[in-house]
Design a protein around this ligand. Structure first.
Ligand SMILES: [Zn+2]
Length: 361
């Protein structure tokens, strides 16, 4: 539930009574047992039902988009809790196993209490485990509530407040996941979960601490292991060749050379990585024309899902001043290679834009 209070009055109250922020979030409890509410498993599918309703200032499916954004804001708070959304006609007044989110012309057949913008109802077991939650936004005729979607300070039209659906949705979804109003418990903390609407239009640190307190924090993904093997550090490159290496776990593997990013084909067999990765489909490769980089020293770095991994490799490129040299040919004998008294015959290979070993004797 969220109540509106005259904003000028709010300013006075905040100015006089604002206390240092502390962990002021409050959890909703089961009314019979007083046990704090929670979802198990910590994932909730909201069924959104805003067909045919559009905003004044932002026409389109704005209420649906705002509700999805509000759910995402909680998902992005870094707790081990996930909202999912689906779209279907739903009656949030029914205990039907669906967590319905909709406007209501009444509060399930009753009048909304004065000044109430939206109501979240939850059914729970005595243990506090939530069975179902539903949200009804006040669209009762005669209440004079205007709904729209906007950021920033609260807006008024001819002295009448325009309610930002987005921030109210974030607030109500906070109730769905098990949070109550800090300001209903004599606290003055900056929080979107406060009962009264305000210029606060997004989640505050206290709100985030609240969801973390209920569900715990997502541990950051461990840094993936991997290695850019070619080009190696302080090596020389010419012609057309391959960039390669391995990464244990990734959605996307890229190699950054200078300011350019090159996406690798990832997932080829590398049996030699079984020990370190626990599986073998860890190879990556990029077909690459070194000539495109131009003459000089370049730096390559491995980028795994947007994160740099490992140390940069410096390598020197030598070209014939063009990307692809045609009409070149030549065969040369390298004396005393690979060993004293040996000879190795090399020849120009146009496809590889490089020399190949033709023979040894
Ligand atoms: Zn509320």
């Amino acid at each position: 539930m969220i109540r509106r209070l005259l904003w000028t009055l709010m300013l006075v109250l905040l100015g006089l009574w604002l206390l240092p922020a502390s962990d002021a979030y409050v959890r909703t409890t089961d009314q019979r047992t007083g046990r704090p509410l929670f979802w198990d498993p910590p994932a909730v599918t909201l069924t959104l039902s805003f067909q045919g309703l559009t905003c004044v200032m932002d026409p389109g499916e704005c209420f649906t988009l705002a509700a999805e954004g509000a759910a995402r804001d909680w998902n992005d708070a870094g707790a081990q809790f996930t909202f999912r959304t689906q779209h279907a006609p739903v009656d949030p007044c029914l205990k039907d196993g669906l967590n319905g989110v909709s406007f209501g012309l009444s509060l399930c057949g009753f009048s909304f209490p004065p000044g109430v913008l939206a109501v979240t109802t939850t059914s729970s077991f005595p243990t506090g485990e939530i069975l179902e939650a539903d949200v009804v936004f006040n669209l009762e005729p005669g209440n004079g509530f205007f709904w729209d979607v906007y950021e920033g300070p609260q807006q008024f039209v001819a002295g009448t407040p325009v309610n930002d659906f987005y921030r109210v949705a974030v607030h109500e979804f906070g109730h769905v996941l098990g949070l109550a109003h800090p300001d209903d418990y004599g606290q003055f903390v900056r929080a979107l979960m406060n009962a009264k609407t305000s210029d606060i239009d997004r989640l505050q640190p206290d709100d985030v601490r609240g969801i973390h307190a209920i569900y715990g924090s997502r541990t950051p993904l461990p840094a993936s292991r991997g290695n850019l093997e070619n080009p190696g550090h302080q090596t020389f490159k010419s012609g057309i060749g391959l960039i390669w290496g391995w990464v244990c776990d990734a959605n996307q593997v890229e190699v950054v050379i200078g300011q350019q990013r090159f996406r690798a084909l990832y997932g080829s067999e590398r049996p030699d990585t079984l020990g370190v990765c626990g599986d073998t489909n860890n190879g990556f490769v990029i077909l690459f024309n070194w000539n495109r980089l131009g003459d000089g020293v370049h730096t390559a770095r491995l980028l795994v899902d947007g994160r740099l991994l490992g140390s940069p490799a410096e390598f020197k490129v030598t070209t014939f001043g063009r990307e692809f040299a045609e009409d070149l040919e030549g065969q040369y004998t390298l004396p005393n290679f690979p060993y004293l008294g040996d000879e190795t015959l090399i020849g120009w290979d146009q496809n590889a834009q490089n020399f190949s070993i033709l023979d040894t004797r």
